[in-house]
Write a protein that binds this ligand. Structure first.
Ligand code: PMV
Length: 318
């Protein structure tokens, strides 16, 4: 029996993290050079119900039934099984791996869930649509983040840039002119759940002020969507700067993120901002061909790693 393999990219949020949790539109794109992978093999000598999980990145090698109820890999498998009786499932081994750094705001958890869901459902003879994969991965995201907006699972399952609004039908975002985004990691684990909780406390304390910030971020996203559609991508830089300022006002940036964002701008980035939940994690900068050395400057200034990813519409170039 052949192996069933699924790979899923990482993601970056270009605009409107946090505000997206409160219904504002956000813009995000896949990072294809980072990938989560799940491979499912039948265990010919195994008995029905013997589902073995191997995830060497987290030193896990165990039967599925031994995992805690709230273990994300167990949740991903249960999401696929639905009403099926797990004890009747053909025996298999699910191997999960990922090159997406964990807790860095690059969509590692959603990508691992989506890859596992896609490969395991294919093994069971069920080809899920991208939207079905996204919906099941969302269930697992709730375990990770508490109140996710759904943007991470949407981008990684559809593997395309999106203009995303919570609860609204999917809007893929066609990229008229590809552009380059530099991603630099602070080396400090991001704390999405804590950051989301912190923003909620601020919102409860002063809803008027925080709603104003959210709606300004939403306007930035709208403007960014139009620029991306029209191909005027250089003008995204100032929008990134403004979005970073508003994220600072929400209290989710850190001195290191601010320092690295400023360093990127000082060395020629067209704009820069933190990206993802914050309290650590990564920043992104809009760069042009020829100024890729900004990444080296960022590493000298304290970033742990840097890489460049194109934001492009893969359907147009394949
Ligand atoms: O840190 P990440 O990559 O999981 O991004 C979180 C984005 C938030 O807007 C802060 C939360 C969400 O669910 O959208």
């Amino acid at each position: 029996m052949p192996a069933f393999t699924a790979t899923t990219p990482g993601k970056i949020i270009l605009f409107a993290e946090h505000a997206v949790v409160y219904g504002e539109p956000a813009v995000a794109a896949p990072v294809h050079s980072l990938q989560a992978r799940a491979v499912v093999n039948a265990r010919v000598n195994g008995n029905p119900g013997q589902i073995w999980i191997e995830a060497p990145d987290i030193s896990l090698s165990a039967p599925f039934i031994n995992l805690n109820d709230n273990h994300p890999l167990r949740a991903a498998i249960k999401a696929v099984l639905g009403d099926r009786d797990p004890t009747q499932t053909p025996a298999c081994r699910i191997h999960v791996s990922s090159t997406i750094p964990r807790a860095s705001g690059l969509g590692s958890s959603a990508a691992i869930s989506a890859a596992t869901i896609r490969a395991f459902s294919a093994f069971l003879g069920q080809r899920l649509t991208d939207q079905e994969v996204s919906d099941l991965a969302f269930v697992v995201e709730i375990i990770h983040h508490g109140t996710p907006s759904g943007i991470d699972n949407t981008v990684v399952a559809h593997q395309k840039p999106v203009y995303y609004r919570k609860g609204a039908p999917l809007q893929l975002l066609p990229i008229s002119a590809p552009f380059l985004i530099l991603i630099a990691d602070t080396g400090v684990p991001g704390k999405t759940r804590e950051a989301v909780d912190g923003v909620r406390k601020k919102w409860l304390n002063d809803p008027e002020k925080i709603n104003r910030i959210f709606s300004n971020i939403g306007l930035i996203s709208e403007a960014a969507k139009d620029l991306i559609k029209s191909g005027s991508t250089k003008q995204l830089g100032p929008l990134m700067d403004q979005n970073h300022q508003l994220l600072k006002e929400l209290g989710v940036s850190t001195p290191l993120l601010d320092h690295l964002v400023q360093t990127a701008r000082d060395h020629g980035a067209l704009g820069a901002k933190m990206s993802g939940g914050g309290f650590g994690g990564h920043l992104i900068a809009l760069v042009e061909e020829g100024n890729e050395t900004i990444g080296e400057k960022l590493v000298l200034a304290g970033a742990s790693t840097s890489m460049i990813t194109p934001v492009e519409n893969r359907d147009l170039i394949s």
